[in-house]
Design a protein around this ligand. Structure first.
Ligand SMILES: N[C@@H](CCC(=O)N[C@@H](CS)C(=O)NCC(=O)O)C(=O)O
Length: 203
């Protein structure tokens, strides 16, 4: 088994943080996105969408999509339960993970991909207006998240879950995107510093 990894790229880091929380070690195969290694014909056979991360199993099966990879490991190593237990909790965590993806991680990625010079060859064409359109959506969602976090410890409740991983990666990705969490989002700032202090955050 090996995990095709993308260094500082946010989606592969989602899986590395998840594995660190579970205490699972998987050999990493670095893919140099800057050198367009993932655009090779060889990598297209591993993932036709030419994106990382991808998990390659010993029987040759490939699993792409960060959350699909995380769910594979959750089934094999259920504890700690990062996708929850029981209908209600699983649905709450799924809801928050999707909200964090759709309303924070993806908009931050749109800003990064459509403005950063390093993305010129990966995001063709870069559309700066699409980056601008996403900026207010990020602030709007952070204010909603701030309100939610005023009376609970973590994004989906009082326990750390996969939704916190998506949130951590999204907020960290704001830095190279030259975006900031507003000063008055004190609950988001408190939550972010707590999840950043976990050993898994350095994965
Ligand atoms: N939906 C995929 C997204 C994967 C993705 O976009 N990965 C980025 C790195 S964070 C990538 O491979 N980018 C290469 C490119 O844009 O050409 C997931 O959740 O894993």
């Amino acid at each position: 088994m090996k995990l095709y990894d993308g260094g500082r790229a946010p989606n592969p880091r989602r899986v590395r943080v998840f594995l660190a929380e579970k205490g699972i070690e998987v050999p990493l195969e670095p893919v140099d996105l800057g050198a367009l290694e993932h655009r090779s014909a060889a990598f297209a056979r591993i993932n036709p969408l030419q994106r990382v991360p991808v998990l390659l199993l010993d029987d040759g099966t490939t699993i792409a999509e960060s959350i699909a990879i995380c769910r594979y490991f959750e089934e094999l190593y259920p504890e700690p339960r990062l996708f929850g237990r029981g209908a209600r909790e699983v649905a709450q965590i799924e809801m928050w993970n999707r909200r964090l993806e759709l309303n924070l991680l993806f908009p931050v990625a749109h800003v990064f991909r459509n403005t950063h010079p390093a993305m010129k060859e990966l995001e063709v064409p870069q559309v700066p207006a699409w980056a601008e359109a996403n900026k207010p959506r990020i602030t709007e969602f952070l204010n909603i998240l701030d309100w939610e976090l005023k009376d609970r410890l973590f994004v989906a409740g009082d326990r750390y879950t996969v939704a916190d991983i998506t949130g951590l990666i999204a907020v960290d990705f704001m830095k190279p995107t030259k975006l900031n969490v507003p000063q008055d989002c004190t609950n988001v700032r408190r939550w972010h510093s707590e999840v950043s202090a976990r050993p898994s955050a350095s994965a």
